[in-house]
Design a protein around this ligand. Structure first.
Ligand code: SF4
Ligand code: MSK
Length: 630
């Protein structure tokens, strides 16, 4: 296999990752960067969206130079690119939404007394969600309310020809825009199925229409699939409040049994955290000569547990392999999404056990301990026992835990932003809006998404954030981009020293960092709610008026495509550092990156250079401020 010839510090930004990339090289272990090199040159037809495999007359690869301007069926570049993009958006929506549906079924089980390991932790949130769903709450038990909320949530996925309940949260003006565009979302499953149908061979041939159907399926993710995942997770495990934790590979412990939780659905992982302090587990851990069990996380399962329990984070997406290279991980417990199939092979070089827990994501070469909601606590203990019994197999000669970790403050739900900026007894978005109007805060930018071996991992994200906060722009984050910023110390109040004078003044007065960790990938919906609140508190009349932007500079996942689409459909500008695979079609490129603004008020912008990206965003925010007269 060919190796990536870039130096380690060209592959990753933080020193802990760099040292593990070096260690992997010494130990002859292939990482994502090496595999990225081995697949070069990447298929230009794929990159440009000019390859269609949607029927068996193909695959059809369009190449204007050779006269191949249409597929066998007659599909042109516009259509092939649009269909491919919309299918990816549907797949990303499916991932988030299937997660949301799982949460809804667990809530139903809890309401019916069938899932002993879970309970209704946040009754206030439950009642708020119930009211938003027009479910009565007076003189009813929390279980009765929870059952109705769960059933209403399930209907948002499974019922056709109805609108998701949370569309009532959307500003009326925006709904009218969607009605005009024909993109008011319906049930999530219906949207996904229809998107797959629409993109079959021999269906519609209007690329704009198919792209707008992609916007609609993404909106069903934003206002139903992901939003339900967030709200139900808050109900079950608590709405996040600010708390301190630590981040980066240095959170692994030399003298403890290290268990990493990785993936997206926190259902089993939260129970693993509880079970780790079970007297039987502690006793067993001590009996093997360790000082106990240390749980830490990777990716969004980690973000979920960080937000609610202060779980230390070992790393983000591209650090999942590096965590194994420390040689100090007894078990990596994976649920769904963003789990590299390479993990079991790398784990074999050490003593680490990869434990696969979701029947939907059975990882070949892993130990299989499947999640079962009725016996979640027992499964969690089984997993911890497997890890503890593996401690004796740790080869100390192979252990190297980078001495690098950073403090962070996380837990910024939109409710928290409300209270922090408005005060506990007068929670309101007014102070945020006032500070935007008076210019102390110029605007708000959501920086989200993954990291990607195309880049020096995390570098564009971190550099962009530094410039934005220096220019008085408040940054809100989710996903792996949030972990990237946290590793660089941007999520502690002291980071206000790197902010401009206005933002710094607000951070100082309120006691918040200039970069706020809002949670996992599904928690981007908290940003939708925050934007809605800003409008309700007098900042413009529609989402497209707001001095805000979205960024997914290092994105790689189809889920990020879906998120980007729902923010553009909402009226936001979304900057990406990796272009959509549509550039073989000038029409599609122009539609997404220019014309879309005339329809939704939002658009995609492509700019991989963080300095140039910052300038684009600052100009965009200034333009919006001017239009608002502030
Ligand atoms: Fe080729 Fe058309 Fe079939 Fe696609 S749908 S593979 S373009 S024939
Ligand atoms: S985990 S989707 S790499 S953000 Fe949500 Fe990170 Fe992207 Fe997966």
């Amino acid at each position: 296999m060919s190796k990536d010839e870039r130096t380690s510090d060209q592959k990753a930004y933080d020193s802990a990752s760099i040292s593990m990339i070096n260690k992997a090289k010494e130990e002859n272990i292939n990482l994502s960067w090496d595999r990225y090199a081995s697949v070069q040159p990447q298929c230009t037809f794929g990159v440009k969206g000019l390859c269609c495999r949607f029927c068996n007359m193909g695959p059809c690869r369009l190449n204007p130079k050779t006269g191949a301007v249409k597929g066998v069926c007659g599909a042109d570049a516009d259509l092939i690119a649009a269909r491919t993009l919309t299918r990816s958006v549907a797949a990303g929506t499916a991932a988030h939404s299937n997660h949301g549906l799982e949460m809804a079924y667990i809530l139903l089980d809890v309401a019916e007394g069938k899932a002993a390991a879970y309970k209704i932790t946040d009754e206030t949130k439950l009642k708020q969600v119930a009211l938003d769903m027009e479910i009565p709450i007076e003189s009813r038990s929390k279980e009765e309310i929870a059952k109705d909320v769960a059933l209403a949530a399930i209907s948002d996925f499974e019922k056709s020809h109805t609108k998701p309940h949370f569309l009532k949260r959307v500003i009326a003006k925006r709904i009218k825009i969607w009605e005009k565009l024909g993109i008011v979302p319906r049930g999530v499953n219906e949207e996904i199925v229809e998107a797959l149908h629409r993109t079959n061979m021999g269906m519609g041939s209007d690329y704009k229409e198919i792209t707008m159907a992609g916007m609609r399926v993404a909106l069903s993710n934003g206002w139903a699939g992901s939003m339900l995942a967030t709200e139900i997770t808050d109900i079950l495990f608590g709405t996040p409040k600010p708390l301190r934790s630590t981040v980066n590979l240095g959170v692994l412990k030399k003298d403890m049994v290290n268990v990493l939780i990785h993936g997206h659905e926190p259902l089993l992982s939260m129970v693993i955290i509880d079970a780790a302090v079970d007297p039987e587990i502690i006793k067993l851990a001590l009996s093997v000569g360790s000082k106990g069990v240390n749980i830490a996380g990777i990716c969004c399962t980690a973000n979920e547990a960080l937000m609610r329990r202060g779980l230390p984070i070992a790393g983000n997406f591209l650090q999942q392999e590096l965590a194994l290279v420390t040689g100090a991980v007894e078990a990596m417990v994976v649920d769904v999404q963003c789990i590299m199939p390479s993990l079991p092979e790398i784990a074999k070089c050490y003593h680490t056990k990869i434990i696969s827990t979701s029947p939907k994501a059975v990882v070949k070469g892993a130990v299989q301990i499947m999640f079962d909601e009725e016996h979640a606590y027992e499964r969690a203990k089984d997993i911890l026992k497997e890890a503890i019994n593996n401690y004796k197999n740790r080869d100390q000669a192979k252990v190297n835990i980078p001495d690098k970790k950073m403090d962070l403050v996380a837990g910024f739900s939109h409710e928290t932003i409300n209270y922090m900026l408005g005060g506990t007894f007068r929670g309101s978005y007014n102070p945020l809006v006032e500070n935007i109007k008076n210019g102390r805060i110029k605007g708000v930018v959501g920086i989200v998404g993954c990291n990607n071996p195309r880049f020096t991992s995390d570098a564009p994200t971190v550099k962009l954030i530094r410039t934005l906060i220096k220019n008085d722009i408040l940054v809100v984050q989710t996903g792996c981009a949030a972990i990237a910023a946290a590793k660089e110390g941007l999520m502690v109040p002291e980071a206000m020293d790197q902010a401009g004078a206005g933002l710094r003044e607000v951070c100082e007065a309120v006691g918040i960092p200039p970069v706020l960790h809002c949670g996992s990938c599904v928690d981007n919906t908290r940003i939708l709610i925050a934007c809605t609140e800003m409008i309700k508190h007098g900042l413009g009349e529609d989402y497209s008026d707001l001095p805000v932007a979205g960024v997914a500079i290092e994105w790689m996942s189809e889920k990020a495509l879906s998120i980007g689409n729902y923010f553009v459909a909402q009226g936001a500008m979304v900057l990406v550092g990796v272009q959509h695979q549509v550039t073989g079609s000038d029409n599609m490129t122009n539609f997404l990156y220019n014309e879309m603004e005339n329809l939704t008020g939002g658009k995609f912008v492509f700019e991989p250079d963080p300095d140039k990206a910052a300038q684009i965003i600052i100009e965009h925010i200034n333009k919006k401020r001017k239009a608002l007269g502030i």
